[in-house]
Design a protein around this ligand. Structure first.
Ligand code: AKG
Ligand code: FE2
Length: 342
């Protein structure tokens, strides 16, 4: 896990912003914000207030709920139905979509492989990775392999990729708001993420039938990418580590997408936006016999983007924590080895 220190909200504000009253309720639980205040603003003041509130929420939690995103339930539900249909296939069929030596980049990764960094036991999950569709003669094609699609589930490709594109667009809006909060141009991330190596990851956590397993559904970890958007988890279990070091259960309300900061954005912002540790716990008692489905979208920068701390995030109180910049692809490879995917 990362060191749990980061510049306090108070110091950051004192250093770089005029004083603003913070709504103390953000300290109690993870706020949800309506992104229409940014995409369809009723006034410039309210749009600026949204940017401020989003930024404060991330500095405190590294997590936020996003409402008003416009992604229809019909799309999310159709995609989830197809994902569940795939995971319901016999293991021997699913394994045909496991790309041996592919580091789990595309297609199916069976149960028992991914292991949180530093954990003794593997996670209790199987998953699928959908990547960006780019021309096969694209300069980045060697590090962004072609997708594979399961023949057995006819809607999987259409619904899966539609969800990929919808979350990519929503993520870009969140990044635009964060860019403004860092005094960057609103479109600063656009040409750094337009061929980002982003991944949609439908996950199946099967029923837990053996009592007292030492494994957990997903061990405590931080996400690798810039931001993660999590839509429609089918059951409780996600927990977020608060600044005080307490595990806070976080199940978003219907219609709310969970959006959290990953390590690449933490590194770019020199920890001003923290990549918060989270995990998925095993439900107690009989509830453990229910499966859980969830689908995070890991929004990545372009593979050749150089992650170098933004000058406005490096101050006397918060000196640059990284000796050298690193490309997004170099960083990804380092991290995939740690979680036993590469
Ligand atoms: O299943 C979830 O709700 C979260 C999964 C997660 O944190 C991850 O795959 O990185
Ligand atoms: Fe995660």
């Amino acid at each position: 896990m990362h060191r749990w220190w980061r510049p306090s909200l108070k110091n950051w504000k004192r250093r770089s912003r005029p004083p603003v009253d913070i709504d103390k309720s953000i300290l109690m639980s993870i706020p949800s914000l309506d992104i229409r205040r940014f995409t369809h603003p009723t006034s410039a003041e309210d749009r600026a207030a949204f940017v401020r509130e989003l930024s404060e929420t991330y500095r405190e939690w590294g997590f936020a709920g996003i409402r008003g995103h416009g992604i229809p339930d019909t799309l999310t539900n159709a995609a989830y139905e197809d994902f569940e249909a795939f995971f319901g296939l016999p293991e021997i069929v699913k394994k045909r979509y496991h790309v041996v030596g592919g580091g789990g980049a595309r297609g199916y990764t069976p149960f028992g492989i991914e292991t949180a960094k530093g954990a003794q036991h593997h996670d209790l999950k199987e998953f699928w990775h959908i990547g960006r569709e780019i021309p096969r003669d694209h300069a980045q094609a060697d590090v962004m392999p072609a997708n594979v699609w399961p023949d057995e589930v006819p809607g999987f490709r259409e619904h899966g990729y539609a969800l990929y594109e919808a979350l990519d667009k929503l993520g870009s809006n969140v990044l635009s708001a964060l860019a403004l909060s860092l005094d960057l141009p609103e479109d600063w991330f656009a040409d750094k993420t337009n061929y980002g190596n982003s991944i949609l990851r439908p996950i199946h956590y099967p029923p837990i039938t053996t009592p007292d397993v030492p494994n957990v559904r997903a061990g405590a970890h931080e996400d690798i990418n810039l931001i993660t958007l999590l839509v429609g988890a089918s059951a409780a279990g996600l927990e977020v580590l608060s600044r005080k070091g307490e595990w806070v259960p976080y199940t978003a309300e219907e219609g709310t997408i969970v959006v959290n900061i990953g390590d690449m954005l933490q590194r770019l912002t020199n920890h001003v936006f923290p990549s918060t540790t989270h995990r998925v716990t095993n439900p107690p008692g009989e509830a453990a016999r229910q499966p859980r489905y969830s689908t995070p979208f890991f929004l990545h920068p372009n593979p050749d983007f150089l992650i170098d701390a933004l000058p406005q995030c490096v101050t006397d109180d918060n000196p640059n924590r990284y000796a050298e910049p690193i490309t997004a692809h170099g960083y990804l490879l380092e991290r995939l080895r740690e979680i036993k995917l590469a």
